[in-house]
Each structure stands twice: as C-alpha cells, then as structure tokens.
Design a protein around this ligand. Sequence first.
Ligand code: BGP
Length: 483
Amino acid sequence: MTKKLEFPQNFLWGGATAANQIEGAYNVDGKTLSLMEMIPFREISDRKNHSSGAHLTNKQTFADSIENKAGLHFPKRFGIDFYHRYKEDIALFKEAGMKIFRMSIAWTRIFPNGSNEEPNKAGLEFYRNVFKECKKQGLEVMVTINHFDLPYWIIEKNLNWKDNELQNSYLKFAFLVIDEFNEYVKYWLPFNEINLGAVITTSLLSENKNSMLQNVLASYNDLHVQFVLQAKVIQYAKKYKDIKVGCMVADSTSYPIDCNPENVMENLKMEQMKKFFYYDVMVNGEYPGYALRMFKEYGIKINKNPEDDKILKENPIQFITFSYYMSGTTSKSGGELTEANGLKAGKNPFLKATEWGWQIDPIGLRYTLNQLWDRYHLPLFISENGIGVLEKLDANNTVEDNYRIDYLGKHFEQISEAIKDGVDVFGYTMWTPIDVVSASTNEMSKRYGLIFVDYDDYHNGTGNRFKKKSYNWFKNFLKTKEI
Ligand code: BGP
C-alpha cells in the first residue's frame, strides 16, 4: 500500500555533506591539514564495538594526532575524493531530483597557513567551480562555514576560541567566503551543530583533556564566543540582500521516562539545556533565566565583552536548521543510557536503535518540528537526518537497503504531518546522499548514502559510485511523493 504525502511545491529536497568527510585531496593545491583530518582511526578492537563519541580519547592522544601529521601514523581522513569527482556526484544528485546541496568550505583550502596570508586562489577556484556546477544542475546551495574542522595551524599557534587571533581569523575567513560566493550561495550556516562544536573543539584544544566536566564547563565560554561570532557574520551578511544566515543545532527529542512529575521536570530541564538554550540565545539574543540559574549553581562564569549583548540582540538568526537522528528519554534516577555523537540519552523500550545505539523515532521529528515552530516562529529546515549502517555491495553492484527506504519514508511522513500541523518547514537535506567518512568513528563502514562509494576504512578501493536501491526509491519519491 502506498501513501501519498503532501509537501509544498517549492520544498527544498536535497543532501548534506561536510568538506572534511568528502573532499579528500587534503594536501592538494596548497591545502594543509585540519584537525579533523588528523584524527587517527580507532584501534581495530575498539572499532568492533562500534562505540560512538570518538574524536580524541585517552588512547588516541593529541600527541598521536601530531605524529599522524608527521606521517608516522597512517591513515588520515581521506574523504571520498569529491575534490576530483564533484561533477559526477553533483550530476547524480541532480538526476535523483534534488533541489539543494549542503556542503562546507574547508578553511585550510582558503587560508592554508594562517590568516595573514593572501587567500589561496586554487582553494577559492575549487569552490567557485563546485558552486557553478550546482547552478548549472539547478541546485541551490547551503554552506556551513565551519563544520568542526579547525586548521592545524591554529593548534600550532596554541590558539583557543577565547583568543582574539582565532576569532579574527574565523571572521576573516567567513567574511571572505560570503563576499566571494554570495551570488551562488543563498543559505549560510556559520557553525555546524553549534551545541556540539564548542564541546568538541574545547576537548580537542583543552590542556586538560582528561576532565570532561572541565571541558563542558569551559565550552560554555567557547560557545559564547561562537554565538557572538555567528551574530557578527549575520550582521556582515546583511549587506547582501539575497542571502540568509541561520543556525545549525544537533537536535533530538527527549521524553520523560514516565509521568512521574519528578521525571517530567527532569526532562524539561534536559530539553532546556540540551536544545532550547541554544535557540533561545540565537533567536532572542539573550541568555534565558533557566541557564543563568544553572550557571550560578555550577559556578560557571561567562566572560562577556561589553558589546556582546548588543551584538547578540541586534543580529538574531534568520532561519533555524537542525540535525535530527534520534530521540531519548530522561529520568531523575538515571536509567539505562545509550550514546550518540558523544551525547548520552536514556533508552526507550518502544524504539529500535541502529547498530550504534541511535534510537530511530520518526514521530519525534514531528514533535520537535512542532516545538521549535511554536516557540520561535522562524522557518525551519532539517539540515541532517539519516541512518548509518554497515553495508557491502552485492553481486548486482547495488545495496538492497530496504531499512533506509523505511527510515526515510517514515521521517518524510512525519515532516508532512508537521506541515499539516501548520509548521513552516522549507527543506530537508539528508545525511547523506552519498557514503562519506563518519564524523564520530572516522570510518567509511558506517554508511548513510543513497550512493555507495567503493572505499573501505583504509581507503582501499576504486572510489567508484554505485546507486543503492534507496537512490531509485528517493528519485521516484521526489516525482510521486509516495511512500
Ligand atoms: C553529525 C555531523 C555530521 C555527520 C553526522 C552523522 O553530528 O554534523 O558531520 O557525520 O552527524 O554522524 P556519524 O558520521 O558520526 O555517524
């Protein structure tokens, strides 16, 4: 039985990627390494557990990654060679019927050695060519200015977000790419998953890498810096009438484990600090009372510059984007936990989870869309959503990924329900249209794509692209809107 879904005619369907997970060519045409590209692969034994929350653990120390840079430890993060194959990939996106492509710009292609140098012409040219190709194929573009990937030269200089030099370097990079590419790129996101980014980069940059609590506390100050930098990007971009700047938050739905008021209250607090806090600051331009109370109780002091409040107030985000992969539960007494991308969430007995423990919950997406619309009344865009699975090409050079078809169809259904609820959702970019290197495991084998890419975890393979069953299903869905 098929079901026809309703979507507005101009709804932007598409796919999302990130430079450090797709481009490869990390040392080509002047590019230098970014921190994400230096993260070593996990130990084989660790990888069998598929535990998430990778990045640098105690085992994979910072020193390891520096050795990695010197070529002592291999491999690095290779991506899928989008750098050389972008025309083929964009043609496949177009053939599927996509209308928008979300990607990021590698800071290290534009300023390979520091921000006092001239921007690297070859880097600018690469992105201009990609954007021109998107235009030729009728795809809008959404750009993430910083998708977790800090240049290694920032680490060499020992800079942190609190340092003016890093802040100014980021702004120089952000303003430059907006000046260069505003005619091609309508939608801009200054930071990927701003609620995770600060925690991740703080842990990577922090001297005290072993204390997670300290990293989280310190990260509120880094986060504040990112809020202000984002507001400055919004302010700057106002000179271009045709572009819009929005946020990107790693969202997830959280339910109380039961109707015990203690647990319901705990869940409210969880939602406030895990999601609403970020949107509240970026939409309303001020820190909400529940956060100020929490900061006081934990002894967190936000070091603000005198002009920060004004900048935040005058430059709210113009639309909201978020990633949505899963939901979780909360109970005051703890309960059984699952973990995704370093965020812990309570288990839900009503839901199935992926091999990595990400609990699949399409209805949670409708729930979140309603929550965000009711609270902010800003246009919403789902900038990431998808399912990571271990997959192999079969004898027919395809993957019969019925589970992905099921996952996507059920999420699309809930988006269409939210639209019927009156929620203004204007687009969706799945993570991801094509297999890429995973952000949390650094492996190829956690695959999300509609298109299979022939590389293994060690970058063996032809790199050739093969359509999975879901590719053809999605192509047909875009024509018929039937699931
Ligand atoms: C998000 C990141 C992406 C992406 C995705 C899937 O947090 O923005 O970069 O990779 O999660 O995560 P993973 O690759 O770890 O499965």
